[in-house]
Ligand binder design. Structure first.
Ligand SMILES: [Zn+2]
Length: 467
């Protein structure tokens, strides 16, 4: 068996790990590379391997950096099965259609503004996404159906809840070869015990000699989660007093639903006033609609509050899902206090730009950053205190208060990762992926001390290992 790392090597994007055994190519994830525009364009247009040599894909979860190149794979001739959980299939469809749509609009904009240059085409279109959906073969977590899923006569696998986003899975693989059976585990992206709504990550039960593990926060310790309720409570109470707008650049998958849930619980406990909450992200709205149908995947805290009634959790009196662009713009003239959650999460496009343009100059308003802001994005500039900032084609003074909620990070921290690796029986080889080099190196040093029988590797792009 050979593993080749074709992405998320010393960076946190473009996950693609290829297992080759007895003429069969099994790809773990097929993610989009997200980064500088020219790099992303180059990497995402050209897969680093032949699509026809891939016989099957296992998809860990529906984030774009894990599923976003599946349409390219299909476009290049892949016709096999793509195994994922039912929730991942539903969410990935929305994420991929959204990606195709953004590419279409970006290309139209680029082509209409650069006269005389060669026009560019989207990397893939909606019809390619449709073909991906036809390849999906859904498999429940093994805790629900208890069994193995056979990929061919030599390879079978189980899914475990990774607790990262709805539907996310870690994979336990068993591969029969001439010289015996080999077990390999793949963490996908790992969540945290305390994340709202989702269950804690499950441990893989099978012994495995090899683990491919994410290491995004290999050198970080998270704050305990209960603080977030107090923090949100304080922000909302201040906003109510000052009649502020709380402008939240939203990540449509995960953080939007978590914020709705936290605000709902605080209102239910009468800890905050019932101020209007606007969810102004069409993608976030579509994804939130999936949640009430998946309450069997939620944690005990959720069930204590809402039982199996997911509709009650994600719909309440003062919460409104904004649909049309006109309705979104009408919020500009509305006075606070209210909360508006709008995409995109790093303020690189979408409806958030209108809300920022309209509200960032008012000292009573609050801009609430809830997630990682990549370099060169408007979100990063706001976070780092740049003033004024350019929105569309004008400079705006930043007078609003900039606040940060880091607690909603959906990734395991150093301790969680160490425990996860230590929990795999018989582990010999650990490969750290989905991580920047400093995080990986710091984690590797600690892992080598606390798990001395394990070889820790930080693979390079395109590096192969025979196992
Ligand atoms: Zn992820």
């Amino acid at each position: 068996m050979k593993i080749t790392f074709w992405g998320a090597t010393k960076n946190v994007t473009g996950s693609k790990h290829l297992i080759e055994t007895q003429g069969f190519g099994l790809l773990l994830d097929c993610g989009f590379y997200q980064g500088k525009r020219t790099d992303a364009n180059q990497q995402n247009r050209n897969l680093p391997f032949e699509a026809k040599n891939i016989n099957a894909v296992i998809l860990s979860h529906a984030h774009l950096d894990h599923c976003g190149s599946l349409p390219t794979l299909v476009k290049n001739g892949f016709t096999g099965k793509i195994y994922c959980t039912p929730a991942t299939a539903e969410i990935a469809e929305l994420i991929l259609l959204d990606s195709a749509n953004i590419q279409k609009h970006d290309c139209e904009y680029y082509n209409s503004h650069l006269a005389g240059k060669e026009p560019i085409a989207p990397i893939y279109a909606q019809e390619d996404v449709r073909r991906v959906i036809e390849c999906f073969k859904t498999v429940d977590y093994s805790s629900s159906d208890g069994g193995w899923t056979k990929i061919n006569k030599n390879i079978r696998f189980k899914f475990y809840d990774a607790g990262h986003i709805l539907g996310s899975a870690a994979v336990s693989l068993e591969i029969g070869e001439n010289n015996g059976v080999k077990n390999l585990a793949f963490s996908g992206d790992l969540g945290r015990d305390e994340l709202p709504i989702l269950r804690a990550p499950e441990n893989i039960q099978e012994a495995a000699q090899t683990l491919i593990m994410e290491c995004t926060y290999g050198n970080r310790t998270h704050q305990p989660m209960p603080q977030i309720f107090g923090k949100v409570k304080d922000i909302v109470k201040t906003a109510a007093r000052k009649k502020s707008k709380i402008i939240v650049p939203a990540f449509s998958l995960g953080r939007t639903q978590e914020l709705i849930y936290i605000l709902h619980l605080l209102i239910k406990q009468k800890a905050i006033p019932k101020l209007p909450i606007y969810i102004d992200t069409p993608l976030g709205d579509k994804i939130t609609k999936i949640f009430p149908r998946r309450t069997h995947l939620f944690d005990d805290d959720f069930k204590r509050e809402f039982g199996d009634d997911g509709n009650a959790a994600f719909n309440f009196n003062n919460l409104k899902y904004v649909q049309s662009a006109a309705e979104s713009k009408s919020l500009n003239g509305k006075s606070g206090p209210f909360v508006v959650v709008a995409g995109s999460g790093m303020c690189e496009g979408g409806r958030i730009l209108h809300h920022l343009k309209n509200g960032i100059g008012n000292a009573d308003n609050i801009v609430l950053i809830t997630g990682f802001q990549a370099e060169n994005t408007l979100g990063r500039k706001i976070l780092e205190g740049q003033n004024p900032v350019k929105i569309f084609d004008r400079e705006y003074d930043v007078r609003a208060k900039i606040m940060v909620l880091n607690e909603l990070s959906a990734h395991a921290d150093r301790e969680d990762l160490l425990n996860y690796a230590a929990g795999i029986k018989g582990l010999k080889n650990l490969f750290l992926v989905h991580t920047e080099a400093p995080q990986a190196e710091a984690f590797a040093q600690i892992a080598r001390q606390s798990l001395p029988n394990i070889t820790v590797n930080i693979p390079e792009f395109s590096q192969s290992f025979e196992l």
